[in-house]
Design a protein around this ligand. Structure first.
Ligand code: KIV
Length: 293
């Protein structure tokens, strides 16, 4: 006698509930940290993009991107600075509020700019409170592992969800002397693992891993129960984030090797500007249908 069960007799496995998916799900209310934790439990990957204004944010929200980061990359990509270091809390608050106004479903995360949390937990709480109250963000992000754990702990105790950011932390560009890959070599890898555990222990709901070897990011993703959000950190992270001007081909000049460009907006927009200029110079615009009598 055999106890083998044929395929026809195998009890049907419940299909995963795709209606709850962060990307492609049916939900219309704002995404919360609980939805993000549930996605990690389901083993679901999700996309995140930066946004710095209401209109671009509305495009990404309508496309179903579940999490939008008002990153301090706005320094380079929106405000014309040459790094993230000069970005102020006033600038972050104003642009975060615009992104919140432009979205209905995405969780909007505001970045704490350089100098707005390094003094300690009290300063971090004051800055984060501004972003939550004045801009309406659902969470904040800050850089640093062990060195920022106390700040994370106080914000979480105060009811402010925190996304941590370890590996290459661009606000430390002057200390790093550029933007080198982090976590290479045994000692650096061990520090990254300690940082990852420290931010999880302090209560962060997710952690960005920037410019970290893929194997190390895989290890961090395996040992943490909070999701990892990779940028230049390989395919095994729970989520992936890109700066919108990079992924859309809007950034001028060279983009980092980890960026995949999904559009060529700079070329398209430049072409449109030239076509408009030629029409104006040649008298083809405005045409009769654009004129009033
Ligand atoms: O500021 C930013 O856009 C970021 C992402 C690159 C993670 O920190």
């Amino acid at each position: 006698m055999t106890h083998a069960v044929s395929a026809a007799q195998t009890p049907a496995q419940p299909a995963p509930d795709s209606s709850k998916a962060l990307y492609g799900g049916k939900g219309t209310r704002r995404i919360t940290v609980r939805d993000i934790a549930a996605a990690k439990e389901r083993g679901e990957k999700w996309p995140m993009l930066t946004a710095y204004d209401a209109m671009t944010a509305s495009v990404f929200d309508e496309a179903g991107i579940p999490v939008l980061l008002v990153g301090d990359s706005m320094g380079n990509c929106h405000l014309g600075y040459d790094s993230t270091v000069p970005v102020t809390l006033d600038e972050m608050t104003m642009l975060s509020a615009a992104v919140v106004r432009g979205t209905k479903r995405a969780m909007v995360i505001g970045d704490l700019p350089f100098g707005s949390y390094q003094e300690g937990p009290t300063q971090a709480l004051r800055s984060a409170t501004r972003l939550v109250k004045e801009a309406g963000v659902g969470a904040v992000k800050l850089e640093g592992g062990e060195r920022s754990a106390q700040q994370i702990e106080l914000l979480v105790q105060a009811g402010i969800p925190v996304m941590a950011h370890i590996g290459l932390t661009p606000q430390s560009v002057n200390a790093f002397g550029g933007y080198p890959v982090q976590g290479r070599g045994e000692e650096a890898a061990q520090q990254l693992l300690r940082d990852a555990k420290a931010v999880q222990g302090a209560g962060a709901f997710a952690v960005v891993l920037e410019l970290v070897p893929a194997e190390l990011a895989t290890e961090v993703t395996r040992i943490l129960h909070i999701p990892t959000v990779g940028i230049g950190a390989g395919v095994e992270c729970d989520a992936q984030v890109l700066v919108w001007t990079d992924f859309a081909g809007m950034t001028g000049g060279r983009v980092p090797r980890f960026v995949k460009q999904y559009a060529a907006l700079r070329e398209t927009l430049g072409g449109a500007a030239k076509a408009f200029a030629e029409d104006v110079v040649g008298g083809a615009y405005p045409a009769p249908e654009h004129s009033f009598h």
